[in-house]
Design a protein around this ligand. Sequence first.
Ligand SMILES: Cc1cc2nc3c(=O)[nH]c(=O)nc-3n(C[C@H](O)[C@H](O)[C@H](O)COP(=O)(O)OP(=O)(O)OC[C@H]3O[C@@H](n4cnc5c(N)ncnc54)[C@H](O)[C@@H]3O)c2cc1C
Length: 420
Amino acid sequence: MTDPLANSYYAATAYPWRPRAFDGDYRCDVAVIGGGFTGLSAALACAERGFSVMLVEAETIGFGASGRNGGQLIPGLRWSASEMEAEFGRERADALFDLCWRDNRVQARIAKHGIDCDLKAGHLEAAWTPKDFAAMHREAEFLDSRFGYPTRIIERADMDAHIASPLYHGGVYDAHAGHFHPLNYAIGLARAAEAAGVVILEGRRADLILDGNPGELFIGDATIAARYIINAADSWIGDVDPDLGRYTVPIMNYNIATAPLVSADALLPSDAAVADSRFVLNYFRLSADRRLIFGGGERYSQTPPRDIAAFVRPFMAEVFPQIADTPIDYGWGGAVAVTMNRLPHIGRRGNVFFAHGFSGHGALVTTLSGELVADALAGTAERFDVFAALPSSPFPGGKWLRRPLATLGLLWYALKDRIG
Ligand SMILES: Cc1cc2nc3c(=O)[nH]c(=O)nc-3n(C[C@H](O)[C@H](O)[C@H](O)COP(=O)(O)OP(=O)(O)OC[C@H]3O[C@@H](n4cnc5c(N)ncnc54)[C@H](O)[C@@H]3O)c2cc1C
């Protein structure tokens, strides 16, 4: 994978990291594909449960979505809690709520391993339309009355305590959510995994899995023999397992980081991360060194815009006209693996486990998913099964038509956004 998108604020401010040299046997209990949050968390959790573990990453730790995302730690999945209850019933909604809202495994990992990744509390969901605000209001009341999960409803007149933009019709503030430096979190997980005994091989691409006992994972000129294999290659999962590749399409999404802003505290006075309610959403937050990190604008072509700053700037200028011309130091992007129903696809086939397709809502729940896979592999599958039972279906259209068909669907929703 060449990376024309490497001009990232995160890469520029990452802690130094290099895996330990390895010249041992390619044999272990568990082989993990992918050094993003999912793979790293699974590898670490497996090592903690006493397994010998090898993790292969085709590029470097955090190369995928995990090292380039908006850093917004938002509880839940892409479906609201009330949507889940309506679809799955009370009991399953309870189980999903316990996992996705209450069990913040990212905070637990950061605390346990002392990971320095600029973690901050607070997230604001901002309503693009009055109708969106009414829906948010209802959902906040549902979360409180049904699950005892308090959030704060912010009326339009009070929005300036959080955001200096006239665009929004109100919002919901969640003190349990937050934001962080995702690449430094991934590096922190990698260090913790190595300390727990995981062998990490960077620059090694998995080509093929042969399930069996032991299974075999082909990585170029070597083969790893492993009792279990965990496929956490997310947007690239189809390169290793074409059947799993049918369940997601990669959608490119772009971020910029401005130069440090004197007016940073005035722009986002409560220092919360913000995501708005547009279908192609704007999401933004302040970095530790007071830059605005702003994500906006999806592209359904895989080719990145020639000038990412110029592509994202108009979205930022619409929200914050007061900094429309501010210098932009970094512009980067990454692939979001999206499933048909926007719920992650997690499961087991023989001795191969997989977790992918978090659909732009993975910063928090990927760490949990990795741990659930480790639990299942160690023989306790109760919580893993809650995720594995989520409905999933492949995109229609076969190898060549899948992406164009999915793109048409997404364009339709983006158009609805524009016409209100
Ligand atoms: C621009 C952007 C912004 C986002 N913003 C947010 C946000 O603010 N909040 C949020 O919750 N979510 C966000 N997301 C989504 C979130 O980042 C992802 O859901 C999450 O990081 C997925 O983690 P992962 O470990 O499953 O996959 P990845 O991080 O993509 O990791 C997969 C890894 O596998 C490696 N790999 C691929 N193929 C192979 C192979 N054959 N052999 C070996 N290694 C391989 C890749 O190099 C990669 O490092 C965003 C995503 C993007 C792209």
